[in-house]
Design a protein around this ligand. Structure first.
Ligand SMILES: CC(=O)SCCNC(=O)CCNC(=O)[C@H](O)C(C)(C)COP(=O)(O)OP(=O)(O)OC[C@H]1O[C@@H](n2cnc3c(N)ncnc32)[C@H](O)[C@@H]1OP(=O)(O)O
Ligand SMILES: CC(=O)C(=O)O
Length: 529
């Protein structure tokens, strides 16, 4: 049974979410996602369409033994029986019956044109298919929910018939009839009027299933709840066919935080950020940084004026406390920063700048100047931290003095190109002249630099370049344009990003590389020698 039957949080990531372009889930992926969903505390997990999609059939088989759900109940999704076929003789209905799922969610036509043109049957036969299939599964001891496909378009075309489908399903024993905005084109006020009418006309328990084609899926779902539905469907990260389904985490956060409803087990809303990102890892679809509540940018502040108000009270520029969904407020330092942005970012990085107005102003001016030359600090916290340390201490943190570096790339007879670099520097009083080889110039410089300083600073062996991004800044200039390089370095416990800018891609990379190593040594509390 679900946590509370009064209100259903119904997740369809594994079925409708998997209908998203570019998303392909293995059975193991589906099992991993189901575990996350159960941990989050949704009431129902729609696992797929057994009998139609072989992977989904296998998922239900394996789920029976491999998953021990604490909060959720599995729902198997599938269509009503075929026209002219009794439900008891329909093979696909049999697969739903045999899936072992406690709930079967049937999809049924409720739009007359779909019945006549897509299903190619009569309106009465469709009603028979709905009633027969619901009764058959109920007799098998399963709970039945019914998704009324294209309900809102169907209601517009033929209200009496759309209502009749809801009535017939409820009378046959469907616990919930979910009204589907399948094409996602309905707007909130109209949707709310329709939901109210269906509730009054049929008395059935209603649910809502929205798609985001008009950008209104979450708003429509909330509007439906406000009109009286007690079952809401959606997907994590809004995955789904075309523009996606309603984002379930945004719906739940809105209802819990703004309507005072208790939908997840106590405290679990704060797991939203972690679970949205963990599921994105499994789907291998980069999470949208601008997703409401759980996006990395959802509570990131860039404008100086915003920061100055946030310094007084974060609520002045945030609709809710990010901690309530497990997210964090972040200050972005850029050309749009003012003194308050610098002060708050400094605090985030461990510097108390509150009493040094002049220093903060100087840092803001330097950031604006550097950004006008192509640097970006909002993505390169580590370079900003070095800049700040330089202003606070009066000198840039430095662990080695570079005399010179050079790199050549050679194309060999076998067609392979390899790079070789030489780095000359002084570290801990010793002059080092080191060569490094690599499959590219940055790789060769990385090898030479770490070899040159590893004797003085062994921590450098933990550093690894995990990401490298290049961007041409003034695209009109072609190959002599200004280049920006962002390098992400990791040490097994965390990662940091540094920036370099130059007309030469290797020069820009070298600057980012040196900053990356310098910040890493600072992070490891190495003492400059
Ligand atoms: C709105 C939604 O997202 S609903 C979920 C949709 N999901 C999917 O389609 C994913 C899984 N689908 C599949 O694996 C396949 O499409 C299947 C197995 C369901 C059907 O495959 P096929 O039999 O090859 O036919 P096809 O894919 O062309 O589907 C159309 C058939 O389904 C029938 N059909 C469509 N809707 C329904 C319904 N609600 N109830 C019963 N039959 C239906 C059509 O009448 C047509 O039948 P016909 O071939 O006998 O004329
Ligand atoms: C059932 C379903 O996924 C829809 O109508 O959109």
């Amino acid at each position: 049974m679900s946590i509370s039957d009064d209100f259903h949080v119904y997740d369809t990531t594994l079925r409708d979410g998997a209908q998203q372009e570019g998303l392909a889930l293995s059975v193991a992926d589906k099992i991993a996602i189901a575990q996350h969903l159960d941990e989050l505390g949704v009431g129902f997990i729609e696992g797929g369409w057994p009998g139609a999609v072989p992977k989904d059939t296998e998922f239900f088989e394996r789920a029976r033994t491999e998953l021990h759900l604490r909060n959720a109940t599995f729902a198997a999704f599938g269509a009503t029986c075929k026209p002219g076929t009794p439900a008891a003789d329909d093979q696909q209905v049999a697969a739903l019956r045999d899936s072992g799922a406690g709930v079967v969610t049937l999809v049924a036509k409720s739009h007359d044109a779909h019945v006549e043109r897509a299903l190619r049957t009569t309106l009465d036969e469709n009603l028979r298919m709905v009633a027969d299939t619901v009764r058959h599964l109920r007799d098998n001891g399963q709970r039945v929910f019914l998704d009324t496909e294209h309900f809102f378009d169907g209601y517009r075309a033929n209200r009496a018939y759309a209502l009749e489908v809801v009535r017939v399903a409820a009378e046959a024993g469907a616990d919930v009839v979910a009204l589907c905005d399948t094409n996602g084109g309905t707007l909130p006020r109209e949707l709310q009027d329709v939901v109210r009418d269906v509730l009054e006309s049929t008395g059935a328990r209603l649910g809502i299933h929205c798609h985001n084609d008009a950008g209104c899926a979450v708003a429509n779902s909330i509007a439906a709840v406000e009109a009286g539905v007690t079952h809401v469907q959606g997907t994590i990260n809004g995955y789904g066919e075309r523009t996606g389904n309603a984002d379930l985490l945004a719906i739940v956060a809105n209802l819990e935080l703004k309507r005072g409803m208790e939908l997840l087990p106590a405290g679990n809303l704060a797991e939203s950020f972690r679970i949205a990102h963990a599921i994105a890892e499994v789907t291998n679809v980069p999470p949208s940084s601008r997703a409401p509540y759980v996006g990395l940018s959802a509570f990131a502040h860039k404008a100086g004026l915003h920061a100055s108000a946030i310094k007084v009270d974060p609520d002045l520029y945030q609709h809710t406390d990010p901690a309530r969904v497990g997210n964090d407020m972040r200050m972005l330092v850029s050309e749009m920063a003012g003194r308050a942005s610098i002060e708050l970012k400094g605090r985030e990085l461990g510097f108390d700048l509150s009493n040094d107005r002049e220093l903060v102003g100087r840092v803001a001016d330097r950031v604006k100047d550097l950004e006008s030359r192509g640097y970006t600090f909002e993505a390169a916290d580590a370079s900003f931290s070095l800049l700040l340390t330089e202003e606070v201490d009066g000198r840039r943190p430095s662990y080695f003095d570079v005399e010179s570096w050079r790199v050549i790339t050679e194309s060999r007879a076998d067609g392979e190109a390899v790079s070789e670099s030489t780095v000359k520097l002084v570290a801990a009083g010793e002059r080092e002249i080191v060569t490094g080889e690599g499959n590219g110039p940055v790789n060769a410089l990385d090898h030479a630099l770490r070899t040159a300083i590893e004797r003085a600073y062994p921590a450098v062996n933990k550093f690894e370049l995990v990401d490298y991004k290049v961007r041409i800044l003034d695209q009109g200039h072609g190959t002599d344009a200004v280049i920006r390089v962002l390098i992400e370095t990791a040490d097994g416990e965390g990662s940091w990003v540094t920036v370099g800018v130059g007309h030469n891609i290797v020069e820009a990379s070298w600057e980012a590389l040196v900053d990356g190593f310098t910040f890493g040594l600072l992070r490891h509390k190495e003492v400059a020698r």
